[in-house]
Design a protein around this ligand. Structure first.
Ligand SMILES: Nc1ncnc2c1ncn2[C@@H]1O[C@H](COP(=O)(O)OP(=O)(O)OP(=O)(O)O)[C@@H](O)[C@H]1O
Ligand SMILES: [Mg+2]
Length: 243
């Protein structure tokens, strides 16, 4: 079943946040296994707090030696597998890319961040060459302002598009609720409205992201081309079935 990995050599760009949001939204309808492949185990720590949904299982002992086994086992048993990688360009990350049906590259909207995203994209390209198969991959803009679109962000958007990079239409906005989930545990839906602002907007944002991921996986399953966005293209590719 589809394996979705979150990678970026840059630390702190929102990989763990976006991976957990995706997993918790998918888990509303299906079982999800999260492989916490970051040696700091941030998602395993979140799952120890109260309110982790019953149909999310966490694999918290993944490392360079066993990551492929862990992904294979999860892939055989759960409708969705989400892999959260550490913020470096390690062999573990390369293995995760090679075993993925979709690679998400979160990046913040600065020129320096975009350069780091370019490194991630080049790692994906090399893995594609090595495995002789296209690996669908999309850049996800994170921590963006939901109201103001700064010029830098517009310019990065254009640069990425000019280089043929696929961008998620959805951006993960800067939201207090996304941080709060890691402080209080549980999901956006179980956060206390008296303690956290704008939960509904955060939920909408996370659901938009999850449905875009599902659409991309479905398009790939139905034979869309490498990195094709379901709303813009319909060429051939991909292997696994979407639940
Ligand atoms: N969309 C967002 N809105 C608000 N805060 C965010 C958002 N995305 C990330 N953050 C915050 O930014 C910090 C880094 O996020 P996160 O841990 O998800 O990044 P990461 O890429 O997984 O980092 P690392 O490379 O260290 O694993 C955290 O404090 C997190 O709460
Ligand atoms: Mg992380």
């Amino acid at each position: 079943m589809p394996v979705i990995s979150f990678i970026s050599p840059k630390g702190g760009v929102g990989k763990t946040t976006a991976a957990t949001l995706l997993a918790t939204q998918l888990a509303r309808k299906a079982r999800v296994i999260i492989i916490d492949a970051d040696p700091n185990r941030p998602i395993a720590a979140w799952s120890q707090l109260k309110g982790c949904p019953d149909n999310i299982s966490i694999v918290s002992d993944a490392n360079q030696e066993n990551i492929l086994d862990k992904i294979e086992e999860a892939h055989a048993t759960a409708p969705f597998v989400v892999v959260d990688c550490e913020g470096t360009a390690s062999l573990t990350v390369a293995y995760a890319i090679g075993a993925s049906d979709l690679v998400v590259v979160p990046t913040q909207g600065s020129q320096l961040d975009a350069k780091q995203a370019a490194k991630a994209l080049s790692l994906i390209k090399n893995t594609e060459r090595q495995s002789r198969r296209p690996i669908p991959h999309f850049v996800l803009l994170t921590r963006t302002n939901p109201v103001i679109k700064p010029r830098t962000l517009t310019s990065i958007h254009e640069q990425l598009r000019d280089h043929g990079v696929n961008l998620f239409h959805t951006q993960m906005h800067e939201r207090e609720a996304f941080k709060a989930m890691f402080s209080f545990g549980g999901t956006l839906e179980t956060l206390d409205r008296a303690q956290v602002n704008n939960i509904d907007k955060a939920i909408l944002n996370a659901r938009d992201f999850a449905s875009e991921v599902v659409d991309i996986l479905k398009a790939a399953q139905n034979g869309a081309g490498e990195g094709a966005h379901p709303s813009t293209t319909s060429a051939p590719m991909a292997s696994s079935k979407v639940a």
